[in-house]
Design a protein around this ligand. Structure first.
Ligand code: SAM
Length: 234
């Protein structure tokens, strides 16, 4: 499976850059090989390699296939990003679980993610994970957002949840039986401050906890995403 960064609308397409490297030098593709292409339109395309050079390949598009592997809801994870490899783990597993949007969250106790380069790196992880788990839509990663901005921007018709060990309800006790769009806020290593948590509750967010243990950021985010996916995805 290979990702094309532009809509696939013509009979032949060029595969270049990192995807060409993967196709030609890792998978060692040859003329006549079958590939599946996707372009974030939600569909995938059966194609055949018809020409190769050292740095690019040309594929003939044979068939557009409507294959959706999306959740029936939008699921947003707004999380203070962990560091290093744990960041990659978080992004990769969010893609696998069907998260639609990942919002890097700035909180009182977290550092902001400002560099465009960092976002590019995260989006690269999204493409790799989408190829592996066969999603045809890319999980969106937006610029980092403050908690206050998240409260303002979050649509009121979405179920707004905030993970905190001080809460008493579990996710399954809050989720309605009918599929509903969900936004989940997860705090930084130092946790949400009491004021941040109380502001969220006052703004209509529902607190929940994930058992009695203190989970790392990525574990909390993924446990919550998995609970929502398990409730609504079939
Ligand atoms: N000492 C911090 C505290 O008490 O909140 C621990 C923060 S934890 C490493 C990072 C984030 O993961 C928390 O802010 C919370 O959003 C989430 N989290 C971790 N364990 C959790 C639990 N048992 N229930 C709900 N959320 C949890």
């Amino acid at each position: 499976r290979f990702f094309l960064d532009a809509p696939i609308t013509s009979e032949t397409v060029e595969i270049d850059g990192a995807e060409a490297h993967h196709l030609l030098h890792v998978m060692r593709a040859k003329v006549g090989d079958s590939v599946t292409l996707f372009d974030d339109s939600g569909a995938q395309f059966a194609a055949e390699i018809i020409a190769v050079s050292r740095k690019s390949a040309t594929a003939k598009v044979l068939e557009r296939q409507e294959v959706s592997r999306e959740l029936p809801i939008t699921l947003t994870i707004a999380a203070a990003l962990p560091k290093g490899d744990r960041q990659r783990w978080l992004v990769e597993k969010c893609v696998e679980l069907g998260v639609t949007d990942l919002v890097p969250l700035e909180t009182e106790r977290s550092v902001s993610l400002k560099k465009e380069k960092s976002l590019d790196k995260l989006r690269g992880y999204v493409i790799d994970a989408s190829k592996q788990c066969e999603r045809n839509r890319l999980m969106r990663i937006v610029d980092s957002t403050s908690l206050a901005a998240l409260y303002e921007a979050a649509p009121a018709d979405a179920l707004r949840l905030i993970a905190d060990p001080v809460a008493t309800l579990g996710v399954s006790e809050i989720l309605p039986s009918e599929p509903t769009n969900v936004i989940i806020a997860v705090g930084p290593e130092g946790g949400f401050s009491p004021a941040e948590y109380e502001t969220a509750i006052a703004a209509g967010w529902r607190g929940f906890r994930l058992g009695k243990r203190i989970l790392r950021i990525e574990t909390a985010a993924l446990a919550a995403a998995a609970a929502v996916a398990a409730a609504y995805d079939r």
